[in-house]
Design a protein around this ligand. Structure first.
Ligand code: URA
Length: 190
């Protein structure tokens, strides 16, 4: 049987792709290990690489604001990324790097067993929901996979670059809050 301890240990020893050679710290994930809601980002940026925690840079501040808008915070959900090591100069993680890192995320999902998964941005949406996923057209829609509800919304970095997308992202978050209230029993417990 898999355990968090074993997963952390295996993941720390990973050399499945070249990113382990250029990273500072591996960014495993953070939050409640039995969360009903999981957020998946793209990969660590500069601050995340230095601190070993996901979404602690400028995009992370916005993600915290987004969570707060629907009465959530980091302690109520789990936050992970498609890849656990920073791609140099913040380039997109390559398909081979995403494939190499996928077993760790898959094991995290199995251990958490979330009811709802929210993909942040195109990379997570195409990797986890549908390779043909179009974030501008399909954000906010629900997909049923493996007994879970999946949705993608804009990546916080995209919302920093283009604040005009924020109202749409907020609609997605309201949709998420509705779904949490309908399906989850522990997330909004105090
Ligand atoms: N962007 C991501 O996709 N993930 C992080 O952890 C930080 C920024």
């Amino acid at each position: 049987m898999d355990t968090w301890e074993k997963l952390r240990e295996d993941c720390a020893a990973c050399q499945n792709c070249g990113l382990c050679q250029t990273r500072t710290k591996l960014v495993f994930g953070v939050g409640r290990e039995d969360a009903e809601v999981l957020f998946i980002g793209e990969g660590p940026g500069e601050q995340e690489d230095l601190q070993g925690e996901p979404f602690v840079g400028p995009a992370g501040k916005l993600l915290d604001d987004m969570l707060r808008m629907i009465d959530l915070d980091r302690s109520k959900v789990y936050i992970a990324n498609m890849v656990k090591c920073r791609p140099p100069r913040n380039r997109d993680p390559q398909p081979e790097e995403q494939d190499a890192c996928a077993p760790w995320l898959r094991r995290q999902i199995a251990l958490i067993d979330p009811k709802i998964v929210v993909c942040l941005g195109r990379i997570a949406a195409t990797g986890m929901i549908d390779p043909e996923f179009r974030i501008t057209r399909q954000h906010g829609q629900w997909f049923d996979r493996d007994g879970r509800r999946w949705m993608a919304t804009f990546h916080p970095s995209a919302l920093l670059r283009d604040p005009g997308k924020r109202p749409e992202a907020f609609m997605d978050l309201r949709e998420l809050r509705k779904e949490i209230r309908a399906r989850c029993t522990r997330t909004y417990e105090v």
